[in-house]
Design a protein around this ligand. Structure first.
Ligand SMILES: [Zn+2]
Length: 297
């Protein structure tokens, strides 16, 4: 097999793994994939099969990100400092002037860093940014270690034995580039764009200024709502406003819900951030990243 088609296949594999994350793992870990708890619990473990950890994700995402969306010092999704400055209250460094250029490179390596470093950092530090990690049961510890070992065996040891370490290295990195770019871009388009708001609260008090639903709507954005292929590939994450308001409802209902939510937002004079296309959302994200890279006045 020649190298180029296999690199392309590996990139596509990474994209497909990310799509499993969006469509199956994300819903299951929110408890919205099925009405049966055991189905959600089992399918939530698809994240472990992708290299992550369901227990840590549920806290990082369901509790911290979904409650303290876009709040500096608490929301792990915008905690990329000092490498990427994602909101105005984060410290500026001269290197950020170029962040719109190097951010895609960091995104490309984000899933490999997550799987091989960040999960362990959260596990051993017992914290997600500044929030203490909830107590893990013996079963949670066991699942953490068994799935991490299985990941090393199936994604690293077996391929090295079968194809040699040089080929493995190329294809493993290609797969993660596909996975990391897809995951980062889709999740960042939902919150880190010119239209959304950011907040910083006292980390101890954790009091958010706005009422919960208004905070969720103001810090979140939808994109390409009318594109059925994108909606399918990203598991409804392009309807992020509806997802943040109704995380326990399956994403297949978001298109219908979005019409009602948009109407209510207009009635209560709350901005409904909606970017018409995927391209406009990507442009807005990188324009915002570039703006934050400029030295604050
Ligand atoms: Zn979510």
């Amino acid at each position: 097999m020649t190298v180029l088609p296999t690199i392309l296949a590996s990139l596509f594999l990474g994209f497909a793994l990310a799509s499993i994350g969006f469509n199956v793992m994300h819903d299951a870990n929110h408890g919205s994939y099925s009405s049966r708890k055991w189905v959600n619990k089992t399918l939530g473990l698809t994240l472990n099969a992708l290299g992550g950890n369901s227990f840590i994700w549920k806290q990082k995402h369901n509790i911290i990100h979904h409650t303290y969306t876009n709040i500096e010092g608490i929301d792990d999704d915008i905690a990329k400092s000092p490498f990427i400055r994602m909101c105005g209250s984060q410290r500026w460094l001269p290197a950020h002037r170029l962040q719109h250029l190097y951010t895609p490179l960091l995104y490309a390596f984000s899933s490999i860093i997550w799987v091989l470093f960040q999960d362990y950092e959260k596990y051993f530090r017992r914290k997600i940014v500044n929030t203490p990690l909830a107590k893990m049961s013996a079963a949670d510890h066991t699942i953490f270690w068994i799935s991490k070992v299985l990941y090393l065996v199936f994604y690293i040891v077996v391929p090295i034995v079968l194809m040699g370490w040089q080929s493995w290295l190329v294809y493993f990195f290609s797969m993660h580039i596909g996975q990391g770019l897809t995951l980062s871009i889709i999740f960042q388009l939902a919150h880190v764009v010119e239209e959304t708001e950011f907040d910083s609260v006292s980390v101890e008090a954790k009091l958010i200024e706005n009422e919960w639903a208004i905070h969720q709507v103001k810090t979140t954005a939808n994109f390409s709502r009318n594109n059925r292929i994108i909606s399918w590939l990203v598991g409804g994450l392009n309807y992020q406003i509806e997802h943040h308001l109704f995380p326990r409802i399956s994403h297949i209902h978001y298109p219908a819900l979005s019409r009602l939510v948009q109407k209510e937002c207009a009635a209560f004079n709350v901005p409904y951030n909606n970017m018409p296309t995927f391209r406009s959302a990507v442009v807005s994200h990188f324009r915002f990243i570039r703006l934050l890279g400029k030295k604050p006045a």
